[in-house]
Design a protein around this ligand. Structure first.
Ligand code: ADP
Ligand code: MG
Length: 243
């Protein structure tokens, strides 16, 4: 499967509000795509349409070869292969770190409890939190919570990871530790779509950057093209504000 994600003419309305006005995006296996753009431009909505957390008004979204806009597609099966990390972690507060990580794989019968814990241990090691398995989220810093959230998503062995501003809610000194985990993941060949305002990360890690505004793609290309030599006035204005 060369293309992990194929989006054709994606339209999303909330009532009378047209939020996505026909987006075409393809993401190849192992590619890292960073999505940038002003607040309200539709970045989160786009990401949420990729696993149908939002109903899709029009167009087609194909994930791993499954058309998720087709009513006959088992969306829960497709979702098992899509990890999602949000700005606000969304960890279960009354479960330990390890329980947060093992819950989905065990409930969805991907693994036994023992297998899930073994996977959990190795993932916690990878994100630098081996010693935190038995603590509760409230005992963690924001950066640690977000690294647990990433480990939790990875426990399902997803083949696509979606990140929605994973560092926006963090204190500045914790941004780096989360970006480093994401960089490692990218190097390991994970297919990633990342909404971010971290232009340094986008420049270093993205294979492609998409700049969107007002519900459609204004410009896309390599980091060098979009960040270094933006062509469109709206891209230039946006970059002047964030860089
Ligand atoms: P971004 O992530 O780029 O900041 P969003 O995708 O969150 O943008 O939002 C795009 C537009 O869609 C905004 O105008 C927002 O108010 C609107 N919107 C998002 N979610 C909803 C919703 N559930 N109901 C109504 N409008 C929404
Ligand atoms: Mg958003």
């Amino acid at each position: 499967m060369e293309n992990k994600v194929i989006v054709k003419g994606l339209v999303k309305n909330f009532g009378n509000l047209e939020v996505l006005k026909g987006m075409d995006v393809e993401v190849k296996d192992g590619e890292v795509v960073c999505l940038i753009g002003p607040s309200g431009s539709g970045k989160s909505t786009f990401l949420r349409c990729l696993n149908r957390l939002e109903s899709i008004t029009g167009g087609q979204v194909i994930i791993d070869g499954y058309d998720i806009t087709d009513k006959n597609t088992d969306i829960n099966k497709v979702r098992e292969n899509i990890g999602m990390v949000f700005q606000h972690f969304n960890l279960f507060p009354h479960k330990t770190v390890m329980e947060n990580i093992t819950m989905a794989p065990v409930e969805l019968k991907k693994m036994t409890q023992e297998q899930a814990e073994a996977v959990g241990e190795s993932l916690l090691k990878e994100v630098g939190l081996a010693e935190k398995a038995d603590v509760y989220p409230a005992q963690l810093s924001g950066g640690q919570k977000q690294r647990v959230a990433i480990a939790r998503a990875l426990a399902m062995h997803p083949d696509i990871m979606l990140f929605d501003e994973p560092t926006s809610a963090l204190d500045p000194e914790m941004v780096g530790e989360v970006l480093n985990v994401m960089k490692t993941l990218a190097k390991q060949g994970m297919t990633m779509v990342v909404v971010t305002h971290e232009m340094g990360f986008a420049r270093e890690v993205a294979d492609r950057i998409i700049f969107m505004d007002g519900g459609y793609i204004v410009e896309e290309g390599t980091p060098e093209e979009v960040l270094g030599h933006p062509k469109e006035e709206r891209t230039i204005n946006f970059l002047n504000q964030v860089l």
